[in-house]
Design a protein around this ligand. Structure first.
Ligand SMILES: *Cc1c(COP(=O)(O)O)cnc(C)c1O
Ligand SMILES: [Zn+2]
Length: 423
């Protein structure tokens, strides 16, 4: 088994369910109770190294939080780093006015190196993978993860195999393949892809970032929470709305806020966290709404393919985090998702992919239902870029007028009604 000496602030891995400890290896499931393993840290070492001043003096990337991440070999030259993270947190007054929210902010993760939040988890996971001695990267992906693994593996000079559902958006497959990975398009759903990859992971000595490297991978999502708090002037917001696929990102934003408060980097105050899914794949939201807490797997049918996980591994923990903080969950149908993409673009100038449409559509529902109060300082996570999912807008928007290249024709057209020439 691959193994490394732990340095920096990592103590090892620990089972989330039974608490049993393990060395920091490429392992994600407890051998005793089959619970998920999480990274365990030396809190005192973290407190000594992660001061506000040290973080503020760090790079303009997620690596400014290195003492709070699962770093196994503490040399910046060993990082697999394309510059992910430290993305803009912007006030959104025009969108806020449309939704009845007076203090709305957007965390714009569309501007990451491969244009989605997945760069956070991949940069952290592949850095750990290299420290653990792996030379081949892999993943089971709904699209953005494959794109990010291919990009980071190219930078690191690692071989890589990325597995995706064959019916993925064409733009995502092309944008992934260009980095030169082995793209395995699987005829099946994401859940089929994931099952296949779990079998492959048992046979090949590969670093599957979201399978055997999952404890490290998942920690990368904490950087969203760290950045939100630091960018608000080292203050926690009142409310965060996050999209959910496996549920991991939402769980880790909550964990990040807890860690910052425990380390004294922010004042400990209540926060709420709410989750967003597409109606066509809403197993976590459904369990929240029906009050059973039991997540029943579904077969996804939604344009929000990046969130289309029918059997979400971290669903139970997402339900816990939302219930504990007094948040809520919502889901939005495909037409609402498209409307929300357009609303976000025309009010705030951000082109989001379908997952961003899900977040804004659910934010709108939560605000309308009074689950978010007008004055709450609310941050919505925009996790992926819209050029990857232009298919979703086909027939929705296009030229206002089509004219010949003459001034008279132009004048005549603009003095009349919009033609809305949709492609
Ligand atoms: C993967 C992904 C998410 C959330 O994923 P989790 O599995 O819940 O952590 C959100 N938005 C986009 C665009 C994604 O690609
Ligand atoms: Zn266990």
């Amino acid at each position: 088994m691959l193994k490394t000496d732990t340095v920096g602030t990592v103590q090892g891995l620990r089972c989330r369910e039974c608490g049993r400890s393990y060395a920091a290896t490429a392992q994600h499931v407890c051998e005793f109770c089959f619970g998920p393993l999480e990274v365990a840290y030396d809190r005192e070492a973290q407190a000594a190294r992660a001061t506000r001043a040290a973080i503020e003096a760090g790079p303009a990337s997620l690596w400014r939080y290195a003492p709070l991440l699962p770093v196994l070999r503490d040399d910046p030259a060993d990082r697999v780093d394309l510059g992910a993270g430290w993305t803009p947190l912007v006030p959104a007054p025009r969108l806020g006015a449309a939704l009845g929210l007076d203090d709305l902010w957007l965390k714009n993760d569309t501007v990451n190196p491969s244009f989605s939040f997945k760069d956070r988890v991949v940069s952290v996971a592949l850095t750990a993978a290299r420290a653990l001695g792996f030379s081949t990267a892999a993943c089971a992906s709904t699209g953005n993860l494959a794109h990010s693994v291919a990009a980071h593996a190219a930078k690191a000079g690692m071989d890589n195999y990325v597995f995706v559902p064959a019916d993925l958006e064409a733009a995502k497959i092309v944008a992934t393949a260009v980095y030169g990975p082995n793209v395995v398009a699987v005829r099946g759903s994401y859940d089929d892809v994931n099952r296949l990859c779990s079998e492959v992971a048992g046979e090949e000595p590969w670093a599957f970032v979201n399978i055997n490297l999952r404890p490290y991978y998942a920690e990368g999502s904490k950087t969203l929470g760290f950045e939100i708090a630091e960018q608000l002037g080292w203050r926690l917001p009142d409310h965060v709305v996050a999209p959910m696929a496996s549920g991991s990102m939402l769980v880790k934003i909550d964990k990040a806020f807890r860690e910052l408060a425990d380390l004294g980097l922010v004042a400990d105050r209540p926060w709420r966290i709410s989750g967003a899914q597409a109606t066509g794949c809403s197993p976590i939201t459904t369990a929240f709404k029906d009050g059973t807490g039991a997540i029943r797997p579904v077969r996804p049918t939604t344009i929000a393919k990046s969130l289309a996980i029918g059997s979400p591994a971290d669903g139970p923990y997402a339900l816990d985090a939302v219930a504990r903080t007094g948040g809520a969950m919502e889901d939005a149908a495909d037409p609402e998702i498209v409307d929300a993409i357009r609303l976000l673009a025309r009010t705030e100038g951000i082109l989001a992919e379908t997952a961003g449409g899900v977040t804004i559509a659910c934010l709108r529902r939560l605000a309308a239902a009074g689950r978010i109060a007008r004055g709450e300082r609310t941050v919505a996570v925009i996790s992926g870029m819209g050029l990857k999912t232009l298919d979703a807008l086909a027939g929705e928007v296009g030229p206002t007028w089509e004219v010949g290249p003459g001034l008279d024709e132009f004048r005549a057209a603009v003095s009349g009604p919009a033609q809305e020439v949709h492609p």
